[in-house]
Design a protein around this ligand. Structure first.
Ligand code: NAD
Length: 273
C-alpha cells in the first residue's frame, strides 16, 4: 500500500476541475485528467500554456482519452462532473474498476454526501468528500467521511489538502452542505428568494453584502461565477433531499438556465458580461 500521494487524477474538467488541476500541478503533483467533452480541456490547455510561460506550474499535467487511462496509476482521484447523483455513481464505478486498489476516490460535489455514492464502489473505506472553493480567493476545502471511510484515508486526504496550502474544514458528522458550503447555501437561498419575489434589485443585495462583509463581490456576482446551471442543480439536490417546498429553487432561476443565461461562462446571468 502506497503511503504517499504523488499522482492525482481529476475527472471532469469544467470550472472546478480546471481550478483543482491547476492548484494540484502548482504544488508539484502529477495530474492525469479526463473529460467527456473537449471544451473544458481546451480552456485548461490554454491556461496551462500561459502558466508554464510564467514558470508557475511544476507538476506534469497529462490529458487522457478514457477514465480508465486517466486513473491507471492514481493515488487519489477527484471527481468533478456535474451535480447529478446517478452520473456521479456511474463515474465512481468506472473509476473503482480501473484505479489501483490503494487509490482514494473523492467527490468534489457541493451537496451530495459520498455515502450516497458508496454502493457504486467496492473500496468503501477509501472514499471522501473533498469540496473545493476557489483556491485563490477562498483557500479552504471541506472534507467529510463516508460511512465506512478509514482514518488512514481521512488523514491522507487532509494531509493532501494541507500540502496544497489550503485549510481543511473537517466535518465531524455527515451533513448536507459540509461546513462553509452550508452557510453559503443559506445566504444564496435567501438572495434567490429576494430576487424571485421582486423584493429588491440584485444590485441592492450585492451592495448590502459588500458593505456588511467588506468583500469585493456580492452573492449574485458569485452565483454568476459559479454558473447558474450548477447553482440550480445544487438547490435541486437539497430540495430532492428534504421534499420541502421552501427548498425548491425559484422557477425564474430555472427559466434563466433554460434560456442559456448561465452566468459568466455564457456572457449573461444575473449580470451581463
Ligand atoms: P461544470 O459544468 O463546469 O463542469 C463539469 C464537467 O464535467 C464538464 O466539463 C463536463 O463535460 C464534464 N463531464 C460530464 N460528464 C462527464 C463524464 N461522464 N465523465 C467525465 N467528465 C464529464 O461544473 P463545475 O462547476 O466544475 O462543478 C463540478 C462539480 O463540482 C459539481 O459536483 C459541483 O457541485 C462541484 N462544485 C462546483 C463549484 C462551483 O463553484 N462551480 C464549487 C465547488 C464544487
Amino acid at each position: 500500500m502506497s503511503n504517499e500521494i504523488k499522482n492525482v487524477s481529476v475527472i471532469g474538467i469544467g470550472f472546478l476541475g480546471r481550478l483543482i488541476t491547476e492548484r494540484t500541478a502548482l504544488y508539484n503533483y502529477n495530474v492525469r485528467i479526463y473529460d467527456i467533452n473537449s471544451e473544458g480541456l481546451e480552456k485548461l490547455a490554454r491556461s496551462l500554456t500561459r502558466k508554464k510561460k510564467r514558470k508557475n506550474l511544476y507538476g506534469e499535467v497529462s490529458f487522457h482519452n478514457t477514465v480508465s487511462e486517466a486513473v491507471a496509476d492514481a493515488d487519489l482521484i477527484i471527481e468533478a462532473v456535474p451535480e447529478k447523483l446517478e452520473l456521479k455513481k456511474e463515474v465512481f464505478s468506472q473509476i473503482d474498476r480501473a484505479a489501483p486498489p490503494h487509490a482514494i476516490i473523492a467527490t468534489n460535489s457541493s451537496s451530495i454526501p459520498v455515502s450516497r455514492i458508496e454502493d457504486a464502489v467496492k473500496r468503501k473505506d477509501k472514499l471522501l468528500n473533498i469540496h473545493f472553493y476557489h483556491p485563490t480567493t477562498s483557500p479552504m476545502v471541506d472534507i467529510m467521511r463516508g460511512s465506512e471511510t478509514s482514518e488512514d484515508t481521512f488523514k491522507k486526504g487532509k494531509n493532501w489538502i494541507e500540502s496544497l496550502e489550503l485549510t481543511p474544514l473537517e466535518v465531524k458528522k455527515e451533513c448536507l452542505g459540509f461546513v462553509f458550503n452550508r452557510i453559503w447555501r443559506a445566504i444564496k437561498k435567501e438572495c434567490l428568494k429576494i430576487w424571485a419575489g421582486g423584493y429588491a434589485e440584485i444590485e441592492t443585495v450585492d451592495k448590502a453584502w459588500k458593505i456588511f462583509t467588506g468583500m469585493g463581490v456580492g452573492p449574485f456576482s458569485l452565483m454568476d461565477m459559479v454558473g447558474l446551471d450548477v447553482v440550480y442543480d445544487i438547490e435541486m439536490s437539497y430540495f430532492n433531499e428534504s421534499g420541502d417546498p421552501k427548498d425548491k429553487p425559484p422557477q425564474t432561476l430555472k427559466d434563466k438556465v433554460d434560456r442559456g443565461e448561465l452566468g459568466r461562462k455564457s456572457g449573461k446571468g444575473f449580470y451581463e458580461y
